[in-house]
Write a protein that binds this ligand. Sequence first.
Ligand code: URA
Length: 216
Amino acid sequence: MIHILGNQDSLLNQYIAEVRDVEIQKDSMRFRRNMERLGGIFAYEISKYLPWEQKEVITPLGDSQCRVLKTQPVIATILRAGLPMHYGMLNFFDQAENAFISAYRKPHKNGSFTIQIEYASCPDLEDKILLLSDPMLATGSSMVLTYKELLQKGKPRHTHIVAVLASTEGVDYVKKHLPTGSFTLWLGAVDDELTAKAYIVPGLGDAGDLAFGDKL
Ligand code: URA
């Protein structure tokens, strides 16, 4: 199942336009804040698909039958670009457990790269609902490797994979390499092209650099 939230106009499209805009994105505080807001919107939309239950709540004037989340999800992100979105999700799922994983592109002399996973901090995932976010789903290989690495911490009941921008190739790769029915994709928009260095076109550039500055 794939949800492309940008297909319906909402504030999400406003924030996506701002993170893409070559002038507006120069303000890194605003870039991070927009990513955080997008994380919040995804969290809110995904919450409609999580398990809910009835709870009696005592108000100053009586009892109210309220609906509350049955379980909090585990929210996971890929370092470092995913941090602002992660924080936006945590603002909504404020009791969620958290997982962080580092995946970086190790370059080779011929211009290609392989994804290296080096750090993972993760709670038990057995039978939990996992929200795994990365702002950019480019080739899809970081997402698939990260998911497989996280499986060592237990098999989630279901995984919601979230990306602000995806490439068509990245979406196809994830669909091909992850078990059907085990995940739902939540995307802001899907772009058609990837550069030779696997950047999404038109995309937005390097999400990690825009949020946190250039790296060596
Ligand atoms: N990571 C980014 O930050 N941007 C892309 O376009 C692809 C991967």
